[in-house]
Design a protein around this ligand. Sequence first.
Ligand code: NAP
Length: 250
Amino acid sequence: MNIDLSGKIALVTGASRGIGRETAILLAKAGAKVIINFNRSAEKAEEVRKTITDSSGEAELFKADVSQPEEVQKLFDFIKGKYGKLNILVNNAGIIKDNLLLAMELTEWNSVINTNLGGAFLCTRHAAEMMIMNRSGKIISISSIGAIKGGRGQTNYAAAKGGLISFTRACAVEFSGKGIQVNAVLPGMIVTDMSSRVRKRAGDKILEQIPMSRFGEPADVANLIVFLASDNANYITGQAISVDGGLSVS
Ligand code: NAP
């Protein structure tokens, strides 16, 4: 299957590391111009940009904390001013702040909800405004199998990721007549910084639960995102698709 994203403008939030990094690289490889959003990891974001431009791709950096409305506004002002359109939004930025519910501070709850779910709300609202003008667009949000399988110490994360699935379905219906497809991707245990602590602590036990007996690589997830971002996925909307080596069905 040929995936050609030439002429498309794509924004990947949280693209300095992990799944977002790989997604930015693969979108650029398919021909899209990519805006690499990052928050704290400026050097790593620059390395992603260089990786893309060294392979003749096109990419720009934009620092913005997706949980902050004014920063998201600036990010989209930049995109509007420079390109006048946005074809692909990947709501990928995410954090964990695990704690048992009875010990969870309100700040731990709020930061995870505001980044993982609130960030997607803010970015989707801005992106949809631009996409409606073109009567086309793809919005892909990175949820988690943590949304459907309970995880100890992850009430904040599970609520945010479950919310993202519901948000995706509602957006898909709202935008179905406007040429915009909205989907969610649910990674299992993927080899990134985010999962490193739990893989170190309980890696073997988790591997036993994964029917394919291996952790996922960022590219396993990014390949699906790129497909959903392409015209090959024009009839897919409102879906929550797992990429987890079978973990959610075991
Ligand atoms: P990661 O390696 O920890 O990378 C997280 C990315 O999000 C970084 O680029 C980080 O940017 C960015 N980010 C965090 N807070 C941000 C904010 N407020 N504004 C903008 N960017 C922000 O994580 P990952 O594993 O690649 O995770 C990517 C997504 O997949 C997340 O939504 C995560 O919940 C989801 N996911 C991951 C797994 C897994 O096993 N790894 C499983 C299920 C779902 P800076 O470093 O520049 O701040």
